[in-house]
Design a binder for this molecule. Sequence first.
Ligand code: ADP
Ligand code: MG
Length: 237
Amino acid sequence: MSPHDHAVPADKPATAVDEVLVDCRDAALTFGRGATAVVAVHGANLRVRPGDRLAVVGPSGSGKSSLLHLMAGLEKPTSGTVTRPAPDRPNGIGLVFQGDSLIPALDVIENTALPLVLAGVPDAEARRSAAEALALVDAADLAERLPEEISGGQAQRVAAARVLAQGPRLILADEPTGRLDRTTGGHVLDALLTAADRTGAALVVTTHDPAVAALLTTRLAMRDGRLLTVAEPQEAS
Ligand code: ADP
Ligand code: MG
């Protein structure tokens, strides 16, 4: 079976099956050209639907971030296509990226609320949504702190909360637990899963950690830019 088939668990409700949030068809991404060209992603085929819980597992340099960037529309495919039929409204896709940074002059709750405020949500409502999202990632007590007053791991949780607050239909998270210890990383992933469950959003998580991948419903392996059929984490080394 192809990754296409596996991205849709058999127990999905029939109502959501037809909707596609992201559709990658033979999507490839090459950096540079000629002798120095690096093929980061070889013709990937992948379809993500509401409710999907997808892990992309692979070692460093295998192309996980590149694939996520293609899905997010941050990179255009060198060949093939990536279409996003449904999430055409603002905040339709929420991104949690490696090295996500917060705005130094704003405290944690302001950082979390910022995308909502920029989208025109009234301040009080934006702060309420931000506070709920911070609570989901066990970061409610950080609300009044400045980014310089929290750790890198705490900043990662806040970055996750900032995405959750927007209520996206598709959450793309690039190694969201990468800088966290196991317990904290588990909390962040739990928060993303809980938020996805509550909102019906799809969740795509890249990771090199089989224990993280095990928390997702569907696992795809990435090797040297190739998206392989579903692999159990222990087969991924
Ligand atoms: P992963 O996220 O799995 O670590 P990446 O998608 O970051 O993998 O990288 C896949 C390959 O593409 C690697 O060989 C990497 O060096 C290369 N690559 C990634 N981004 C760039 C870039 N902006 N310019 C050139 N090469 C890149
Ligand atoms: Mg990466």
